[in-house]
Write a protein that binds this ligand. Structure first.
Ligand SMILES: [Zn+2]
Length: 176
């Protein structure tokens, strides 16, 4: 699910952090990162080994470790640190929006052992087929896309549109 993660994460960070300078490009990268890591590993490259499409990057230890690495490896106040913290926030929201805690064995990995609970289906094509035929997936994608369209009409269309957004990474906040 792409628009669900992008739309719902953007909505959440806009209202939780209310930071007009927050670079949403990093947040968006984080919002997709767990799937970009785990799906290729679990469903394609090492399918025979894992038999699961939610692996390390869908465990809470992933954003926590990422956060510590960012704190250790970047300078305080630097734009890189700000961006990477946005990435960690996006990753955290990905886990929340996936309902990752509902599968404690995977969410709290490796507390219950080093293996991941097998998922059915986990192979790429059956998984994609299942997602395409799931009305909940479509509803989530539609909701995310509607929210992004709302942002475009409400905040970006009058100014420099998506190209400006991709250059800056920010969307103005509502005035109150
Ligand atoms: Zn996911």
């Amino acid at each position: 699910m792409i628009f669900w993660h992008l739309g719902a994460t953007t909505l959440a960070v806009r209202y939780v952090y209310r930071d007009p300078a927050m670079d949403l490009r990093w947040v968006w990268a984080g919002a997709l990162l767990p799937d970009l890591i785990d799906k290729p590993l679990g469903s394609v490259l090492f399918y025979a080994h894992f038999g699961a499409h939610r692996l390390f990057a869908h465990a809470i230890v992933f954003p926590v470790l990422l956060f510590f690495v960012v704190l250790v490896a970047t300078r305080r106040g630097s734009p890189l640190r700000k961006g990477l913290i946005g990435l960690v926030i996006g990753t955290l929201f990905h886990l929340i929006l996936d309902g990752a805690w509902m599968n404690p064995e995977a969410f709290l990995w490796p507390l219950f052992g080093w293996t991941f609970p097998p998922a059915d289906p986990s192979a790429l094509w059956p998984l994609l087929r299942r997602m395409v035929s799931d009305p909940l997936v479509w509803a989530g994608e539609a909701a995310g896309a509607v929210y992004l369209a709302y942002l475009w009409f409400g905040y970006l269309r009058q100014t420099d549109g998506w190209t400006g957004f991709l250059r800056r990474g920010t969307i103005p906040l509502p005035i109150r």
